[in-house]
Design a protein around this ligand. Sequence first.
Ligand SMILES: [Mg+2]
Length: 120
Amino acid sequence: MDKETTVEDLKILVKQLCEERDWDQFHDPKNLAIDMSVEANELLEHFVFTKEGESEAKLSDPKKRQEITEELADVLYTVLRFSQMNTIDLSDALKAKLHKVAAKYPVEKAKGSNKKYTEF
Ligand SMILES: [Mg+2]
């Protein structure tokens, strides 16, 4: 459960799984970034050629929801593994990124808008 598990808890679980299998040797930054992209595209594959509203409907189908959830977990695994192997603090990184996004997209300009910040 998200409410009961920290990011550090997840990193430890990922580290244990990989170290038990001697996978550190394969998990350099390039390979993990490639894997992250592959897994993100496996998630995207569930939505290719869908019409408006169909992507939301997929998440209402229990079987498809489970498949999509597993792909999302694959993406998270690669993010956690990349950060764990390269000593990147994900909480600090996300907070810093959100701060940058908030500065680029001030509420008074961005609220309800899908414009890129360069279009303000
Ligand atoms: Mg996958």
